[in-house]
Design a protein around this ligand. Structure first.
Ligand code: NAD
Ligand code: ZN
Ligand code: ZN
Length: 389
């Protein structure tokens, strides 16, 4: 089959690889109809995440039709149309029984290695590092889905691929980030990053009834999309984030802050006096604003920091002093996708949200390598790329 394969930093190739096959009686094979490129794939593209191997098939946002099922698969049959959550979920371990699906204790077959390298392993993930199981991804014609009875969401034929595809990752990710903010009707929710995840954070915070939602980025098209979704746009190249957030909250700071940027939050800023004080206070050693520190600095005491943005290793120097003394709550993690999908599928079905708003680029899978560049560089108004194998 054809697939997109990782070969190193900035090197994704469209290649022929062996077809996947059933390896365990709980597996299914999916014939992929649509897949997408995620900001998390950019961490592989930048090679920020270790333990990738040359030739690994990438991609963790995909959907399609069930082609084959293993002998112990009860809930799926050939021909079912499914979206596949990016977190592989056994459904039966202690964490899965609590609904903490991204912490599944069984689906990461390289758990021992990950525990050793990172101190903790989460669930198995498709198309990601060998520290998350080294499973082949879904930017491919076909993909093997382990624990298939629990790792799927059935979707009706009445909805298009673009309307349901994002149930596998970025819609529940934005939703979980907003739910974790415990939004009150008087709250200001600020979302750092207006990429695909930030867009769903904005729409979710609006749906959950925040008084004011602010989106921060420096890409005009992304800010315009967030504005269309009900947010106030804040371009950090044009104005001081701290001053504007103070102004929007009568000097008190936002109650709820969401980091939808993650590892890549090292963006140069122009310096102004507020920012200078902030730099001093937070001991930033260069002119780059780190989203986590900015959130801790600006959040109202007693507020909540919700962090869907992905981090890895020990590169983040988080200032515990202000975090502790402001009494902030931090909520983070990979998304427990299946915890939210029934609710979100009903929102789509009821017409309360149409997730296809985020798609700016569609292309054949063979154009995947170019599309990685377009998405990374935010060229041509790119917010979200859907690929068709
Ligand atoms: P993306 O890279 O397309 O978007 C990130 C956005 O942040 C960009 O638009 C960029 O311009 C902006 N940005 C960069 N620095 C900034 C700063 N200092 N302040 C404000 N904005 C800044 O990625 P995405 O697909 O939207 O994903 C966002 C993050 O969410 C990534 O870290 C991704 O790995 C993570 N993610 C997490 C989960 C989860 O389960 N927790 C799931 C999916 C994605
Ligand atoms: Zn993703
Ligand atoms: Zn489990």
């Amino acid at each position: 089959m054809k697939a997109l394969c990782w070969h190193g930093k900035n090197d994704i190739r469209y290649e022929t690889v062996p077809d996947p096959r059933i390896e365990d009686p709980r597996d299914a094979i999916i014939n992929v109809s649509s897949c997408a490129i995620c900001g998390s794939d950019l961490h592989l593209f930048h090679h920020f995440i270790p333990a990738m191997e040359s030739g690994d098939v990438v991609g963790h946002e995909f959907m399609g039709e069930v082609m084959e099922v293993g002998a112990e698969t009860r809930d799926l049959k050939v021909g079912d149309r499914v979206v596949v959550p990016f977190t592989i979920t056994c459904g039966d371990c202690e964490q899965c029984r609590r609904g903490n699906f991204s912490l599944c204790e069984r689906s990461n077959r390289n758990k021992a290695l990950a525990d050793k390298v990172f101190g903790h392993a989460g669930a198995g993930l498709f198309g990601y590092s060998h520290l998350t199981g080294g499973y082949a991804g879904g930017q491919a014609e076909y993909v093997r889905v382990p624990f298939a009875d629990n790792t799927h969401v059935k979707v009706p034929d009445s909805l298009t691929d673009e309307q349901v595809l994002f149930l596998g990752d970025i819609f529940p990710t934005g939703w979980q980030a907003a739910v974790q903010c415990d939004i009150e009707p008087t709250d200001t929710v600020v979302v750092w990053g207006a990429g695909p995840v930030g867009q769903f954070c904005v729409r979710s915070a609006v749906l959950l009834g925040a008084e004011q939602v602010v989106a921060i980025d420096n890409v005009p098209e992304r800010l315009a999309m967030a504005e269309a979704g009900g947010a106030i746009a804040l371009n950090f190249d044009e104005e001081s984030v701290l001053a504007r957030l103070q102004e929007l909250t009568q000097g008190k700071g936002p109650e709820k802050c969401i980091d939808a940027v993650g590892l890549e939050s090292h963006v140069p800023r122009s310096i102004d006096s507020v920012y200078d004080r902030f730099k001093q206070a937070m001991m930033l050693e260069n002119d780059r604003a780190h989203v986590l520190r900015e959130m801790i600095y600006v959040c109202r005491p007693g507020g909540i920091l919700s962090i869907p943005g992905v981090y890895g290793g020990l590169i983040d120097k988080v200032p515990m002093g202000p975090l502790m003394n402001k009494g902030l709550t931090v909520r983070t993690g990979q998304t427990h996708v299946k915890r939210w999908t029934d609710e979100l599928l009903s929102l789509i079905d009821d017409g309360q949200i149409d997730p296809s708003f985020v798609v700016t680029h569609s292309a054949g899978l063979e154009q995947g390598p170019d599309m990685y560049n377009t998405f990374r560089d935010k060229q041509d108004g790119c917010v979200k790329v859907v690929l068709k194998p």
